[in-house]
Design a protein around this ligand. Structure first.
Ligand SMILES: Nc1ncnc2c1ncn2[C@@H]1O[C@H](COP(=O)(O)OP(=O)(O)O)[C@@H](O)[C@H]1O
Ligand SMILES: [Mg+2]
Length: 447
C-alpha cells in the first residue's frame, strides 16, 4: 500500500516506477566467507532472497548467524564471495543506490547537529544546500524530531538519537530501507514506542520507501513488523532455514492467539526443534566438535529449572518469556542447557522438567551440586577437561590447550564462550578448580 514518491532530491533522479509486489532486490546463490587466521571462515551459504515492493522482510537469527553480513551484501557494502545481488534487475558492482541503512548504535556524527546529520546522505549525493535543508526538515518532521534540528547527538536520549538515524536514512527516499537491529540498543519502552510509530507511518503510506529489510534476533519483533520472516540458521553456517509468511492484519494484536501461534512456529524453526519429542540418540553431542555448549551459567539454568518447577514442571516457552518480560531467544541458552543436561525436554511448544530436573530444582545446595555433577560429566567439553586432569593430582592444564582444540571447530569468540560455560559448570559440580589469574585448571582439592 505504498504511495508513489512525492518528492525526490534533485540530484537523485527518480528510478522507473515499480508496481507493488515487483522485485526490488534479489540475491541468488549468495555465499560469503571472511578471511580468518586458519583460512576462510564461511558465514553464509546458498542464500536466495527476493525483496519486493510493498513488503517488510525480517531477517531473523541468533547472534552470529550472518544477518548483518547478508544485509551488508544486499546494500552492496561488501561483495559476496560467490553468487550475485541485483537491484531492479541490475547486478550490483558497488554500494546499492536503492538502499539506506539504520544501525543499532545509531552511528551519528557527534560534531554535527541533528539537521546536519540528516543532511549527510544528501550532501554526498550532491543535492544543493537549500533543497537539502528542505528535505531534511521534512524527514525530521515525519520522524518526530521537530524542535531538535539544532541539537547535538549528545543532548539526545537513545530513542531520539535513533530517530535521527531513521531520518538520515529516510531523507534519501531509498527504495529499500535497511535496519540492522535498530531497537536493540534502546530500553524496552522506547523500543516499543518507536516500533509502533514506524509501523503507523508504514501502514498509513507516509513512509518514503517501497520496502523494508529488518535485521533482528527478536522473534516477536519480527512477527509484529514483517510480512515475511526469513529465518537464518547458523549451523554450520548461515543458510535460510525457512521463510514464514505473516498474514496477520495490521495493526497487529500481540495478545491474539494467531500472533502467539506464529511466534511459536517461528521459535520452532529458529531452534530447529521438531514438533515431536526428539529421539533419545543425539550422536552430534558426544564430541566437542558437535553442538556447541550453550552460554548459560549455573545460576541461569537453575533459575529456569526452578521457575519450571513452580509451574508444575511444564510451561509454554513463549508465555514464559512474556511473563518474564524477556525475548524468547534470551531464554534459549538456558533451555538448551537444561535439555543438554537431561533436566528438561521440549514437547511441542512446551518445556517439560524431567525427573532429574525436578530433583535438581528441589534439592538443597549440596544435593543439587551432586545431581548436577552426575549430569555434567557427560558434557563433552567438561568431560574433556576433567579427563585431562585425571590421575594427575598435582597436574595443571592451561586453558589455552582447550581453546586451541576448540579453535579447530569454532571461532575464537565461540571457543571462549564455551570454555567459560564449561568452567562454570565444572567448578560448580566440583569436578575441577580454575585459577583465572594463571588461566589454569587443576583438580579440586579434596573437601
Ligand atoms: N569483517 C569480518 N571479518 C571476519 N569475520 C566476521 C566479520 N564480520 C562478521 N564476521 C563473523 O561472521 C559471523 C556472522 O557475523 P554477523 O553477520 O555479524 O552475524 P549476526 O549479525 O547474525 O550476528 C560471525 O561469526 C562473525 O564473527
Ligand atoms: Mg548483526
Amino acid at each position: 500500500m505504498r504511495l508513489p514518491f512525492t518528492r525526490r532530491p534533485a540530484a537523485a533522479p527518480a528510478p522507473a516506477p515499480v508496481s507493488e509486489g515487483e522485485s526490488l532486490l534479489e540475491a541468488v546463490g549468495l555465499t560469503k566467507s571472511y578471511a580468518g587466521a586458519d583460512g576462510e571462515l564461511p558465514v553464509l551459504s546458498g542464500i536466495d532472497l527476493t525483496v519486493r515492493s510493498g513488503e517488510i522482510v525480517a531477517l531473523l537469527g541468533r547472534s552470529g548467524s550472518g544477518k548483518s553480513t547478508l544485509l551488508r551484501c544486499l546494500a552492496g557494502l561488501i561483495p559476496p564471495s560467490s553468487g550475485s545481488v541485483s537491484y531492479r534487475g541490475a547486478p550490483l558492482t558497488g554500494a546499492n543506490p536503492g538502499t539506506a541503512l539504520v544501525f543499532q548504535n545509531f552511528a551519528l556524527l557527534p560534531w554535527l547537529t541533528v539537521r546536519q546529520n540528516v543532511e549527510v546522505g544528501l550532501e554526498a549525493q550532491g543535492v544543493p544546500p537549500r533543497e537539502r535543508a528542505r528535505a531534511a526538515d521534512q524527514a525530521i518532521d515525519l520522524i518526530g524530531l521537530a524542535g531538535f534540528e539544532s541539537a547535538y547527538p549528545k543532548e539526545l536520549s537513545g530513542g531520539m538519537r535513533q530517530r535521527v538515524g531513521f531520518a538520515r536514512a529516510l531523507v534519501v527516499e531509498p527504495d529499500v530501507l535497511m535496519m540492522d537491529e535498530p531497537f536493540s540498543a534502546l530500553d524496552v519502552l522506547t523500543a516499543e514506542n518507536l516500533r509502533g510509530e514506524l509501523l503507523e507511518l508504514w501502514e498509513s503510506g507516509q513512509f518514503p520507501t517501497r520496502a523494508v529489510v529488518l535485521v533482528t534476533h527478536n522473534i516477536e519483533e519480527a512477527v509484529l513488523m514483517a510480512d515475511r520472516v526469513v529465518v537464518l540458521g547458523s549451523r554450520p553456517y548461515g543458510t535460510i532455514r525457512e521463510t514464514v509468511e505473516v498474514g496477520l492484519e495490521r495493526p497487529r494484536d500481540r495478545d491474539s492467539e494467531e500472533f502467539d501461534a506464529l511466534v511459536d512456529e517461528v521459535y520452532r524453526i529458529m531452534t530447529g526443534r521438531p514438533l515431536a519429542p526428539r529421539p533419545a540418540t543425539r550422536p552430534d553431542r558426544r564430541t566437542v566438535a558437535g553442538t556447541p555448549l550453550p552460554h548459560a551459567s549455573v545460576d541461569g539454568l537453575s533459575g529456569l529449572a526452578e521457575t519450571l518447577a513452580h509451574r508444575d514442571g511444564r510451561c509454554d516457552l513463549a508465555d514464559l518469556a512474556d511473563e518474564l518480560a524477556l525475548d524468547i531467544d534470551d531464554l534459549l541458552p538456558q533451555v538448551d542447557a537444561l535439555d543438554l543436561l537431561g533436566f528438561a525436554e521440549i514437547h511441542g511448544d512446551d518445556l517439560l522438567l524431567t525427573d532429574a530436573g525436578t530433583a535438581f530444582a528441589g534439592a538443597d545446595v549440596q544435593d543439587s551440586r551432586a545431581i548436577f555433577a552426575d549430569a555434567v560429566v557427560e558434557v563433552p567439553l567438561v568431560k574433556l577437561i576433567a579427563n585431562s586432569l585425571h590421575g594427575h593430582p598435582d597436574a595443571t592444564v592451561r586453558a589455552g590447550f582447550f581453546r586451541d582444540l576448540l579453535a579447530h571447530h569454532y571461532t575464537s569468540e565461540q571457543a571462549d564462550r564455551q570454555l567459560e560455560t564449561a568452567t562454570d559448570w565444572g567448578r560448580y559440580a566440583g569436578l575441577f578448580a580454575y585459577d583465572a589469574a594463571r588461566q589454569e585448571y587443576r583438580l579440586e582439592p579434596p573437601a
